[in-house]
Design a protein. Structure first.
Length: 95
């Protein structure tokens, strides 16, 4: 298991890195992203942050509130299930 922490890749399960990681994310969840504004630790929050931080990459429909909400709907649906989803299943969820 790995996480990005201050621009370095640390192995979370290595005992020497656990205290540093726990200072960033007291719940011990992976992934964690440390930004200039603070740490983010939930995958959906990280994805939204990256999409909004780099709008030119067009990672999310930032100019369409309804499309953005639908994207979040799919992400939240996927988070509730343990199985991987195919691109066809995601396309069906997006309608």
């Amino acid at each position: 298991m790995q996480c990005v922490l201050r621009g370095k890749v640390h192995h979370v399960l290595s005992k020497e890195y656990i205290p540093e990681f726990m200072r960033v994310n007291h719940m011990g969840h992976v992934p964690a992203l440390v930004t200039e504004q603070g740490a983010l630790t939930e995958t959906r929050a990280l994805l939204a942050f990256v999409a909004q931080s780099f709008p030119a990459a067009k990672l999310a429909p930032l100019n369409d509130p309804f499309a953005f909400a639908r994207m979040l709907h799919v992400l939240l649906h996927m988070a509730r299930h343990d199985q991987p989803f195919t691109s066809e299943q995601i396309a069906t969820m997006l309608g």
